[in-house]
Write a protein that binds this ligand. Structure first.
Ligand SMILES: NC(=O)c1ccc[n+]([C@@H]2O[C@H](COP(=O)([O-])OP(=O)(O)OC[C@H]3O[C@@H](n4cnc5c(N)ncnc54)[C@H](OP(=O)(O)O)[C@@H]3O)[C@@H](O)[C@H]2O)c1
Length: 229
């Protein structure tokens, strides 16, 4: 496994699952969080904690120095103005992290959301949340870095009965649920598998069993246009 990997938002619910997978794979996992105390259990498990704030960029340079991969899993604020508006975390924060990534970064994985291409959706009533998320995605796609953009559907903690299959879609037309575990696994697979580069996709759980391997799931998707222009 590539190392070190910086997980921005690594003390959050999905971020922690990514960090634990990285540690299990023997990687150096860096947890970037607004308070090192949020990462206490992960530090006990072997992770390194960095105090950062993507809204003003503090601490990011240290957390990203020498990183081989970055996962961005930050929850947006939902205010209409002030520091906790979505623009600061979903767009400006993404751009700050992109600017500080080493030029030879192996993978940038952004956790975004379904609905980002639906400006009329009610989520946009919270500080134009979806619009800023889409602008953050666009910044990643335009960065020139090898990236994967993951758009989870509604996040849940456990699979519904018999619903362990994972469906990846493109076009942002669906609705459904996906476990945080599956999203975390997608992040790690996206770091490892070359066919994940240049993909933007939505994630849903379906009836059936967990994927045997993620290569065929990524292979079935179309690369983003930005790479072919
Ligand atoms: N909930 C859903 O149904 C849903 C659906 C689709 C997509 N998503 C997205 O999926 C991602 C993961 O969701 P989750 O529920 O696992 O998230 P979560 O548990 O809320 O964790 C997100 C983390 O973001 C960090 N964060 C917030 N502001 C920050 C800042 N200014 N600087 C640095 N870190 C900051 C927080 O860490 P600290 O407090 O330690 O700083 C928090 O632990 C999020 O982007 C979420 O919006 C969620």
């Amino acid at each position: 496994m590539l190392s070190p990997v910086t997980v921005v938002g690594g003390a959050g619910r999905t971020g922690e699952l990514v960090v634990r997978r990285l540690l299990s794979a023997g990687a150096e996992a860096r947890v970037a969080s607004r308070s090192a105390s949020h990462a206490r259990e992960l530090v006990a498990a072997g992770a390194k904690a960095f105090t950062v704030d993507v809204r003003d960029g503090s601490g990011l340079a240290e957390a990203l120095a020498g990183a081989r991969a970055v996962v961005y899993s930050v929850e947006p604020g939902t205010d209409n103005s002030g520091p906790n508006r979505p623009e600061t975390t979903m767009y400006q924060g993404v751009r700050r992290v992109l600017e500080l990534c080493p030029p030879d970064l192996h993978r940038f994985v952004l956790i975004s959301s379904i609905y980002v291409t639906h400006p009329e959706h009610q989520f946009n009533e919270w500080g134009r949340l979806l619009d800023w998320r889409l602008r953050g995605e666009d910044a990643v796609r335009a960065s020139g870095l090898p990236y994967t953009v993951i758009r989870p559907s509604w996040l849940i903690q456990r699979h519904g009965k018999g619903k362990a299959a994972v469906r990846l879609e493109q076009g942002d037309q669906g609705d459904g649920q996906i476990t945080r575990d599956d999203v975390a696994e997608a992040c790690v697979q996206a770091i490892e598998l070359p066919q994940a580069v240049g993909l933007t996709f939505e994630m849903y759980n379906d009836s059936g069993t967990a994927p045997d391997g993620w290569g065929p799931l990524f292979d079935a998707l179309a690369k983003d246009d930005v790479l072919t222009h």
